[in-house]
Design a binder for this molecule. Structure first.
Ligand SMILES: Nc1ncnc2c1ncn2[C@@H]1O[C@H](COP(=O)(O)OP(=O)(O)O)[C@@H](O)[C@H]1O
Ligand SMILES: [Mg+2]
Length: 376
């Protein structure tokens, strides 16, 4: 669709579309902003606006307010007014439309965000994609590796000096480097992603808390002083909510209160099929659908201690498309015994274990889809 030009009759007054504006080069024009495309398709006339809320280069939603010289193809313009920022359209990442809206609002307001969702539902790929699409510097930090409170900002490394005696050095973490860089570059924006925040010690996490509330400052362990966190730094944290965690996933209420919590979940099965089809186009759709149907059934089985990430369904596709298996649908049960059951406690053939319960859910799902299971 992006190749075809809009027809004027498709753009009546009141029509809402997305556009990116640039400064209008015509000096005496009453319209300081100019665009050429709507929703990525070429507009039939130049698009003009004088709406001061438009930011050049930033995609936004606009409404058609007037069309001048509709009967001339070589003249006239489409006038629009600004409605608001364009929704995220992140390449290759599926995001629930309501979560997407909330995320956009939180990002605009500069609040710290806590993404809460099961393992492998796309938290990490999402944040990376947000940084890309908003042109922010992405700073990834794995909180699972934090032991001491100072680990967020510096690690201690011991090396041999010229005399052979051990010397300890403080090495700045990516977070501290980014904070320093952000102070020097107020024109850049930084997105610090605190992955698996619930996996580090609560006492260590406390060191981070002044960074996340209105104090907005942290102790610089090398300079031995407090540094301010500039406004061009935003934090997003992620927690994996396994079924084994309680409602607060082990994070203290006062720490939790510094974030705007946002719940994510696995994408709907139809979207997961589309995603996997795009990545494994060699596989027949029916095979991908069976894999996703089995994953979905396992995810909806409430008595299990763990769940299945999209990584697991992806792994099954990697097996099934390999020339050694060659897209053979009869191999699905065997592949899922390792890729799905293997992610749970116990063995697929032990009915008393979680892996055994998972196998029975998979088996029923595949049988319902018309499969025959050899070792049944
Ligand atoms: N909503 C989604 N959109 C796109 N890819 C997804 C989505 N959910 C999961 N995936 C895929 O599943 C894998 C795990 O995603 P990841 O972001 O690491 O999950 P999490 O951080 O929530 O554990 C990646 O290969 C990712 O591409
Ligand atoms: Mg992750």
């Amino acid at each position: 669709m992006s190749g075809t030009k809009w027809k004027l009759e498709e753009l009546p007054v009141g029509k809402t579309v997305e556009a990116v504006f640039w400064n209008n080069k015509v000096d005496d024009s009453p319209f300081p902003f100019r665009a050429t495309h709507f929703d990525g398709r070429r507009a039939p006339k130049v698009v003009l606006s004088s709406d001061k809320r438009i930011v050049p280069g930033v995609p936004c939603m606009v409404k058609v307010t007037a069309v001048s010289k509709p009967d001339r193809s070589d003249r006239g313009a489409i006038e629009v007014e600004y409605l608001g920022p364009a929704p995220f359209r992140i390449e290759g990442v599926w995001l629930d439309p309501i979560v997407s809206k909330k995320l956009q609002i939180l990002l605009e307001s500069g609040l710290n965000i806590l993404l809460d969702g099961p393992q492998g539902c796309g938290k990490t790929v999402l944040v990376r994609a947000i940084a890309d699409s908003l042109n922010m510097e992405f700073v990834f930090f794995n909180c699972g590796a934090v032991v001491e409170a100072t680990d967020f900002f510096a690690t201690i490394q011991v090396r041999a000096s010229a005399s052979g005696a051990p010397v300890t050095d403080f090495v700045k973490t990516d977070i501290l480097l980014a904070l320093e860089e952000a102070i020097d570059h107020p024109e850049r924006r930084y997105l610090v992603f605190l992955d698996e925040l619930n996996r580090c010690q609560e006492s260590a996490r406390n060191a981070l808390m002044p960074a996340l509330d209105s104090t907005r400052r942290v102790f610089h362990p090398i300079k031995n002083t407090f540094v301010e966190i500039p406004a061009n730094v935003q934090f997003i944290a992620a927690v994996n909510r396994g079924r084994e965690f309680s409602g607060t996933f082990g994070i203290d209420a006062a720490q939790l209160d510094r974030f705007a919590p946002l719940q994510m979940d696995y994408m709907p099965p139809a979207e997961e099929v589309k995603l996997l089809q795009g990545r494994h186009s060699e596989l027949p759709t029916a095979i991908i659908e069976s894999v996703v149907a089995a994953a979905d059934a396992v995810r909806n089985t409430s008595e299990l201690a763990a769940t299945l990430s999209v990584r697991a369904s992806e792994e099954a596709c990697i097996y099934l498309k390999h020339p050694l298996i060659g897209g053979d649908a009869t191999a699905i049960p065997d592949v899922l015994k390792s890729s799905f059951c293997g992610r749970f406690e116990g063995r697929w053939n032990d009915v008393a274990s979680d892996a055994g319960a998972v196998w029975s859910v998979i088996r029923q799902t595949l049988l319902a889809r018309g499969a025959t299971i050899a070792d049944d």
